[in-house]
Design a protein around this ligand. Structure first.
Ligand code: ARG
Length: 481
């Protein structure tokens, strides 16, 4: 029964077998394992190890098995330990003893490393599409509410007004870097370990270039010991997933606050919120909370993968089997979270009135007024003090800066120790001029630099993001070579 059982005469202990087997997890590699085996059979034929008849019998058997697995018609046997043994056994059932030639010049060590890279390639392709979908949802929401403005915060305190579109585009930037990180990791993972054997390289004249090409890899790995025991590509992918989850978690946190009636900036759709079993009034952002919560697990997956590797001497050690639960969990969690966040964002309703109303608290245009004073030739530190006085007066009167009378602005200039400020206070109309600078739209328009929140800059950034997303939808990165 045990494919490695030649030197063993005793039975495996049931506890040991249950503890070491991986089929429940690595069944996810079934199609990749079969694809790797198909390429390996071709390679064995090219090397003259298989006859043409052997080759066609094995390829027919693997092809049939592949269709049955894809259609969910194959049940795996836990007694067979892992997916590699299961595929070989299933093939033997179909084609008979010729299947005994399949594992020539191959070890499960180069096999599993190959399978995992194939799995990663197709999974990252789906993740890339998911990241792009969420970017699209954010950009679409920004396009729907181009004029919405909210109080941007630092230290969770009101800071400066920003366009909602600007805020949403910040996440688009993060997600775009996430796509780049995956693409970058995939470039290094794009090598075929097949032919590395257990540790030292296959003992047959396998054309590893041809096999790599067959599997769509850029080329073969360069060192058999590295190829069978390296899991950099696992760590890098989990790291990219963990950072992407952190980005989603930040967005989830904001949506949770924004949907709180105290803020009232957005309303969640019924499709992406839940109720309470006890409190009939509740509408909770549970999907966002779970994205935030599961981010912790994915960060843990990263820690687990690094810790698994740190004490391993070359080459393959069985510890490496633990790469799969964390990799599958991290990338699976990210994929599901991306889908939920895209749906949640797409179905948000924005209350632009409430957002604008909120900008009346916290004197968020104060910096714009200071900048206006500086533009009239006053040093910034002086302007900062002058505006501080205006802010204090607005607080005293429990009003917002642009509702103050002009004289308060003039008075704050005149009261300064800096003679340049007192001189400016004498200029006719200066109070009204500064009061105008305290207006919301003036403040927004003043941040007119690349990457700033001035409406014309944001409109440009939004159009550029839309153009890029539509272009990448046609030709996504990470496409099959
Ligand atoms: N299930 C193993 C893994 O995932 C496959 C390789 C096992 N190799 C071995 N020599 N025991 O790593």
């Amino acid at each position: 029964m045990r494919l490695w059982g030649g030197r063993f005469s005793g039975e495996s202990d049931e506890r040991m077998a249950a503890f070491t087997r991986s089929i429940e997890i690595d069944a996810a590699l079934a199609l990749d394992d079969i694809d790797g085996s198909i390429a390996h059979v071709r390679g064995l034929r090219r090397a003259g190890i298989l006859t043409a008849e052997d080759e066609s019998a094995l390829l027919a058997g693997l092809g049939g098995l592949r269709s049955d697995v894809a259609a969910g018609r194959v049940a795996w046997d836990p007694a067979l330990e892992d997916i590699h043994m299961n595929v070989e056994a299933a093939l033997t059932e179909r084609v008979g003893t010729v299947a005994r030639r399949l594992h020539t010049g191959r070890s499960r060590n180069d096999q599993v490393a190959t399978d995992l890279r194939l799995w990663l390639r197709r999974t990252v392709r789906a993740l890339d599409a998911g990241l792009l979908d969420l970017e699209d949802a954010l950009v679409t929401l920004a396009e729907r509410e181009p004029g919405a403005v909210l109080p941007g915060t630092t230290h969770i305190q009101p800071a400066q007004p920003v366009l909602l579109a600007h805020h949403l585009l910040a996440y688009v930037e993060m997600l775009e870097r996430d796509r780049g990180r995956f693409a970058d990791a995939m470039e290094r993972a794009d090598r075929s370990p097949l032919g590395s054997g257990a540790i030292a390289g296959a003992g047959y004249p396998l054309d590893r270039d041809a096999t790599a090409r067959d599997l769509g890899f850029a080329g073969p790995t360069a060192n058999s010991m590295d190829a069978t025991s390296d899991r950099d590509f696992v760590v890098e992918s989990i790291a990219a997933a963990a950072l992407a989850m952190v980005h989603l978690s930040r967005l989830a946190e904001e949506v949770a606050w924004w949907s709180n009636p105290r803020f009232g900036y957005v309303r969640l759709s019924d499709a992406f919120s839940t109720g309470s079993s006890m409190m009939p009034n509740k509408k909770n952002p549970d999907p966002a909370e779970l994205v935030r919560g599961r981010t912790g697990r994915v960060v843990g997956d990263l820690t687990a993968s690094l810790t698994m590797l740190k004490g391993l001497p070359l080459a393959y050690q069985r510890d490496l089997q633990e790469d799969k639960p964390v990799l599958f969990d991290a990338l699976g969690t990210l994929e599901a979270s991306l889908g939920v966040m895209a749906g949640l964002v797409a179905s948000l309703s924005v209350d632009a009135g409430r957002m604008r109303e909120a900008t009346r608290e916290g004197h968020v245009t104060a910096t714009a007024v200071a900048d206006a004073i500086v533009r009239l030739g006053i040093p910034f530190r002086t302007a900062h003090h002058v505006v501080g006085r205006i802010v204090a007066e607005a607080d005293r009167r429990e009003t917002s800066m642009d509702d103050l009378p002009d004289e308060v602005f003039t008075g704050a200039l005149g009261a300064d120790a800096d003679p340049r400020a007192t001189e400016l206070a004498l200029r006719p109309g200066i109070g009204a001029e500064l009061r105008a600078a305290a207006g919301l739209d003036a403040a927004l328009a003043s941040c007119d630099v690349i990457g700033g929140t001035a409406p014309r800059r944001v409109a440009g950034a939004l159009a550029a993001a839309r153009e890029r997303i539509d272009r990448q939808r046609v030709a996504p990165t990470g496409e099959a070579r």
